[in-house]
Design a protein around this ligand. Structure first.
Ligand code: BDR
Ligand code: CA
Length: 321
């Protein structure tokens, strides 16, 4: 590691893979995790707060402030992903309730306070629906002066998961994602195209699960968590890093290959709602020729990831508290 640690704030919906992201951020020496804010997504917001505090407690990390945020998206109702993340939203591992407590201020207030208080510009890493971030940008737009960039897990260039074309975090609150894209700061999109590729091999997961250190063992249990398994006969505990890959790309930006491309969120009702439309065309098409080019935000879109590099990076941080 060279230079000073990067000031980071994570906005999450913990969440099995959000937990993997938090464990990495707390333990990587190149990251100075200054606050965590919580939003409804994988489970209800109170469950997200509880899960986040549990992870911090198990990781034995410093007392990082945790803010409770939006209970629901701007327009849509809450639509949880408990069928993936378990009834408690974090794998139903039976962990004890945390003794740590959330910050006395709400997530938007905490975000504003910690962003403006940081001695160096903050990297904001949303790994959840973007409701808190949209509310922050609309309530306290002055924060952008101390944001270095936003690296968000969300969207997809190719295939969706919540719908055939829409990724869960963007689909859950499409209007909030549209606000994010016009934040006026550099944005990196760590979408499903790379998110789904970073898998920790079964042998590593077994080693983590056998650890006597609680944070490392929790990492192993989370990776081995399976929703109602599509393959009940498989005993391979290999598991995806998911959201943690986005935080890896903050610690090690060279692990992803990005391209600066126009990105737009579909807000229309119907089958495309929540889709991130990424324009990868080499030249303007008939639409631009006849109707003129529309102004669209440019986003650094992750198109490739060095899987082995991120797995090693994540393991090296999480296994050495
Ligand atoms: C995203 O949705 C959530 O279920 C995961 O935590 C991740 O942030 C993937 O679509
Ligand atoms: Ca998440």
């Amino acid at each position: 590691m060279t230079g000073q640690p990067i000031p980071v704030i994570i906005d999450c919906d913990t969440g099995v893979d959000d937990a993997l992201a938090l464990l990495f951020a707390v333990r990587h020496p190149g990251i100075d995790l200054r606050a965590i804010t919580c939003v409804a997504g994988n489970t209800d917001v109170d469950g997200v707060v509880r899960n986040t505090l549990t992870v911090l407690e198990q990781a034995g990390g410093p007392d990082i402030p945790v803010g409770r945020g939006a209970e629901r998206p701007l327009i849509e109702p809450v639509r949880t992903a408990r069928h993936v993340h378990g009834v408690d939203g974090m794998g139903d591992l039976g962990l004890p309730a945390p003794t740590r407590t959330p910050a006395e201020v709400d997530a938007v207030t905490l975000l504003r306070r910690e962003i403006l208080a940081s001695p160096r510009p903050v990297t904001l890493v949303p790994t959840a629906p973007l409701t808190n971030i949209a509310l922050l940008l609309r309530t306290h737009p002055e924060v952008v002066r101390n944001i270095e960039r936003i690296v968000f897990m969300g969207g997809a260039v190719a295939t969706g998961n919540a719908t055939p074309v829409a990724e869960f975090n963007v689909w859950h609150d499409p209007e909030a994602a549209a606000v994010l894209l016009t934040a006026g700061v550099p944005i990196t999109m760590y979408g499903l195209d790379v998110f789904q590729r970073v898998i920790v091999p079964g042998a590593d997961v077994r080693r983590l699960r056998a650890s006597a250190e609680p944070g490392t063992r929790l990492a192993g249990e989370l990776l081995a968590h399976r929703p109602a398994s599509p393959d009940p006969d498989s005993d391979d505990p290999a598991g995806g890093l998911g959201d943690a890959g986005a935080v890896c790309s903050v610690a090690d930006p060279a692990g992803i290959t990005t391209s600066l491309l126009p990105v737009e969120v579909s807000l229309v009702p119907g089958p495309t709602r929540g889709q991130t439309i990424v324009d990868r065309r080499a030249r303007p098409g008939e639409s631009e020729i006849h109707e003129g080019a529309r102004e669209q935000p440019l986003v650094d879109v992750a198109l490739d990831v060095d899987v082995d590099r991120f797995v090693k990076l994540w393991l090296s941080a999480v296994e050495k508290p």
